[in-house]
Ligand binder design. Structure first.
Ligand code: ADP
Ligand code: ADP
Length: 595
């Protein structure tokens, strides 16, 4: 244990890197930068720049040059010998206006100037090698490996002069640089600081881990959640930070906790990531880090196999703990004993012991989606309420029912009846009918492939906004192209896009010919008419396929409503008699990316 008179642990490399230009140079550099070629940084590179600039990555003071990059891949070390497990690089596309020995302005997506880089190196990097060495896999099921396929193939490196940090307007009081965090920690009068890394809402199990750790080190907890980039699909940081604030405020001894937000872009690299977390936290003033099971892991791959062993991260950090001068507070998996009302390490519970746990998937599917409150042993009531607010039950969430099929197949007719049935169940509905949209949103567009695509994408965009805001949207447009429909599917959350194929044979549509269009198309009066002289690509994996020859429009509309009830988008209590009529087929699971 460290005594009270001792100060916080030194940063890596003994001093914090500081890339901010001095105030007296700012005006001159700012006007100089206006004449420079610019590159726009991705969200990930912005996070990296911020942490480089403030010294969170000390002793690293730039995006890595080739020698640092290669040694990091092979040995987890910089050229100067210092441990550094993750490559921090600035990839650019081949066509960018960047030349060796020239200065380039680094900007954000709004073109605000952030930094000037004096380009000293431009080099190619190897995707497969990086993926294999850093992540231990080349599988696209790893989120970072998949993301790297979209990165530019050249890295640039050179001295950085930072004029401005990326601006954050949320939770400003909680956004502390390493220097500010150290300053605040110093006022607590304790040299032992244990950091806790998280990218999830805090539940009782995390509270338990952190409180045990505070006791173990007899120091201060640096509650240090990541608010940069985490794993795609994670709970958004706005919601998470509200849970951290509620907990820090009510359930911890205020003398023993500092809550600060870390704008880190995680790589989900498991063991190497854990070591990186330790290095970063040391720069923020912590001399130990809590590492539990599956630290910073992206979960399982396409074959259901975990990317990393559950305790690989602990082992790797323990291996380098002395060199990095940061202790590991390790935890095995914790489980709850309902009969004793306490948490224990799962290895201490034998086969006969009754244990309880709720997985992240269960939190969403069994509780939030169904509007069930999370139990008190699992989550504090304040946290349960914030989560319930941010993730309303499915029957209050948005959903898009996307009809597709030939003209006169029966899309509008079925959608109109479905609208009434949904209103009857208490849902708000917007119908985006092809014809109506073309008179308002898409006036002036024709029927060329481009125009049709623009039209469908406009409908898709509006539909996705309605879904985001919790409404039900029915789209009834021919939408003949499979890939465009698939793009629209990807604009919605998984499972919230219900593709309904109105599978009416061309002869029947032609027979119906509600608007006399087929007749005109046949005699060449109308060109590019779907089904006649323009293709229709039927869905391969529609959630619902309707037969409009054997079933009436009402039967089909009820069938779709019934599907929505089964999926949870309509509350059953509102809708006592829900019977499937007719012989239309309902197929496919929650969401299938139609190819
Ligand atoms: P991360 O992906 O960054 O590890 P999490 O929020 O999932 O973020 O986890 C934060 C920390 O808590 C990690 O060290 C993780 O290993 C640990 N942890 C989470 N759940 C448990 C559990 N049930 N038992 C033990 N450790 C856990
Ligand atoms: P779309 O919107 O697909 O172009 P409409 O719904 O405007 O098609 O037109 C379909 C026509 O077919 C309507 O006149 C409707 O009354 C008739 N029809 C006959 N049987 C059915 C059915 N089972 N489902 C839907 N429409 C049907």
């Amino acid at each position: 244990m460290t005594t009270l008179t001792q100060s916080l642990i030194q940063p890596c490399g003994e001093r914090l890197v500081d890339l901010m230009v001095p105030a007296d140079k700012f005006a001159e550099l700012n006007s100089y930068a206006k004449r420079l070629p610019s590159i726009q940084l991705s969200e990930r590179s912005l996070c990296d720049l911020e942490l480089l600039a403030t010294g969170a990555f000390s002793p690293l003071d730039r995006f890595m040059g080739r020698r640092d990059y290669e040694r990091v891949l092979d040995e987890m070390r910089l050229v100067n010998g210092h441990l550094f497990p993750i490559p921090i690089t600035l990839p650019i596309a081949a066509g960018e206006a960047v030349r060796l020995r020239q200065d380039v302005a680094l900007r954000n997506t709004h073109n605000d100037l952030l930094a000037i880089m004096s380009v000293e190196e431009i080099y190619e990097w190897d995707l497969e090698e990086t993926a294999q060495k850093v992540f231990g896999t080349q599988s696209l099921s790893h989120p970072l490996v998949s993301e790297m396929h979209g990165w530019g193939r050249l890295n640039i490196s050179g001295r950085l002069q930072v004029l401005q940090l990326p601006r954050h307007y949320d939770f400003r009081d909680l956004r502390l640089t390493p220097a500010q965090t150290r300053e605040l920690l110093t006022t607590y009068g304790r040299a032992d600081v244990v950091a806790f890394q998280t990218r999830n809402p805090l539940h009782r199990v995390h509270e338990e881990l952190t409180k045990r750790a505070i006791e173990e080190v007899d120091g201060v907890l640096l509650l240090h959640p990541v608010v940069g980039l985490t794993k795609p699909g994670d709970v958004d940081h706005y919601t998470r930070v509200r849970t951290y604030m509620a907990l820090a405020d009510r359930y911890y001894d205020r003398e023993r906790i500092v809550l600060s937000l870390l704008p880190l872009a995680m790589r989900m690299a498991g063991p190497r990531e854990a070591l990186w977390h330790a290095l970063i936290r040391r720069n923020y003033g912590a001399n130990s880090l809590i590492i539990g099971r599956d630290h910073a892991s992206p979960g399982i791959d396409f074959d259901g196999k975990p990317f990393y062993g559950p305790y690989d991260a602990q082992e790797l950090v323990e291996q380098y703990s002395d060199e990095l001068k940061i202790g590991v507070v390790p935890f095995r998996e914790l489980v709850y004993l309902p009969q004793e009302e306490r948490y224990v390490e799962s290895i201490k519970a034998d086969d006969q012991t009754v244990t309880a746990s709720i997985s992240g998937t269960q939190v969403r599917e069994q509780y939030l989606n169904k509007g069930n409150r999370l139990p008190g042993w699992f989550t504090r009531p304040e946290v349960a309420e914030i989560l319930a607010e941010a993730y309303p039950p499915l029957h209050q969430q948005g959903v898009c029912v996307w009809f597709t099929g030939l003209s006169a197949a029966g899309k509008s007719t079925t959608a109109d009846i479905l609208t009434v049935l949904l209103l009857e169940c208490g849902r708000q509905v917007t119908v985006l009918d092809g014809d109506v949209v073309r008179t308002h949103l898409s006036k002036g567009l024709g029927f060329s492939k481009e125009d049709r695509d623009i039209n469908i994408r406009r409908i898709g965009y509006v539909a996705s906004e309605i879904v985001r805001h919790g409404g039900v949207v029915l789209s009834a447009a021919v939408s003949p192209y499979r890939s465009t429909r698939n793009d629209i599917r990807n604009m919605m959350p998984r499972g919230h896009f219900i593709e309904v194929f109105v599978n009416t044979p061309l002869e029947v549509c032609e027979e119906r010919d509600v608007k006399g269009m087929y007749a005109k198309a046949r005699c060449g009066e109308i060109k590019n008419f779907t089904g006649i002289d323009d293709p229709y690509e039927p869905p391969l994996n529609a959630e619902i396929t309707l037969n409009t020859v054997a079933c009436t429009p009402e039967e089909n509309a009820r069938l779709i409503r019934d599907y929505l009830v089964r999926k949870g988008f309509i509350r059953v209590t509102n809708n006592p008699e829900c019977v499937i009529l007719g012989n239309a087929t309902v197929s496919a699971p929650d969401s299938i990316a139609a190819s």
